[in-house]
Design a protein around this ligand. Structure first.
Ligand SMILES: Nc1ncnc2c1ncn2[C@@H]1O[C@H](COP(=O)(O)OP(=O)(O)OP(=O)(O)O)[C@@H](O)[C@H]1O
Length: 267
């Protein structure tokens, strides 16, 4: 469980996060989108212990965030591409798993699984510095997912990745984070609505439930259901629920849903 409570962060006199609160439960995938410079990366850097809030608290489980425990408790894929250099794809993913506390055999098994799930096995013996941008992003994602953390934080993980492998990434994320709270920063609103459980929007440093444009129609992962979030109304503190909980799933091309602010259910 991640609990961010009234976190404020300023760079000098510029306030970048204003009293941000966010709770993400185990097994929940929360997507955060919003314009460039809104403060999303600043928020996740505080969550993973790379920045200290000016005020407010961040808890993972029952404990206050403590930077020294982050490597075991949190899996973080930063927005910037990581340097992979001369290690092969398989070696990078395998070593990342062991650094995060898996045994060598467990990490090797999980590495084989991730190579297959993301369909990147053809590159398993290729050195990192020879990879394309999209493949680097996929390897960084696999390195992040090769662990059993309490919290997964992904900052724009699907950038540069082809549409089919983006779908595979979201599926792997769901499959491999049954017990983890997950925060995904993304500019891809359609992906967020289709695959996340809860969607939040950050604007000028303030975080609130996502306000989706009327008529948004999103192809679902399994092509049997579609999310139609048009005309949904929200109150502060409620959030759009999609994905595993299914509250907003409707029959394909079904009627537009309205969401009751009180109950969060269809009506
Ligand atoms: N180290 C820093 N010092 C001063 N200002 C900073 C620093 N890091 C970020 N900022 C500023 O804080 C604001 C929020 O930046 P942040 O990277 O959190 O935005 P973002 O929502 O992640 O944007 P993007 O979608 O472009 O990645 C921006 O105005 C940015 O210029």
């Amino acid at each position: 469980m991640l609990i961010v409570d009234e976190v404020t962060k300023a760079y000098g006199r510029k306030v970048v996060n204003h009293g941000v609160s966010l709770t993400v439960r185990p097994g929940e995938i929360a997507a955060v989108f919003g314009p460039n410079g809104a403060g999303k990366t600043t928020l996740v850097r505080q969550i993973v212990g790379l920045l200290r809030p000016n005020t407010g608290t961040i808890r993972i489980g029952a404990e206050l965030r403590a930077p020294r425990q982050m490597a075991r408790k949190v899996a973080y894929q930063p927005q910037a591409q990581i340097a992979l250099e001369s290690l092969t794809v398989r070696e990078s993913i395998h070593i990342a798993g062991m650094l995060r506390g898996l045994t060598a055999p467990a990490s090797a098994d999980a590495t084989t699984g991730l190579l297959a799930e993301l369909q990147i096995g053809d590159w398993s013996q290729v050195a990192g510095h020879r990879l394309s941008g999209g493949l680097r992003r996929l390897v960084a994602f696999a390195m992040t997912m090769n662990s059993r953390p309490e919290l997964v934080v992904l900052d724009e993980p699907t950038n540069d990745v082809d549409p089919e492998r983006r779908r595979l990434m979201w599926q792997a994320l769901r499959r491999r984070s049954e017990r983890a709270a997950v925060v995904v920063i993304t500019h891809n609103v359609h992906e967020a609505v289709a695959y996340a459980d809860t969607c939040y929007e950050m604007a000028e440093g303030r975080l609130g439930p996502a306000q989706l444009p009327g008529g948004t129609l999103v192809e679902p992962p399994d092509a049997q259901r579609v999310v139609t979030a048009a005309r949904a109304t929200y109150e502060p503190g409620t959030s759009l629920r999609t994905g595993a909980h299914g509250d907003l799933y409707l029959p394909y091309h079904g009627p537009v849903a309205e969401v009751s602010a009180e109950s969060g259910s269809r009506r």
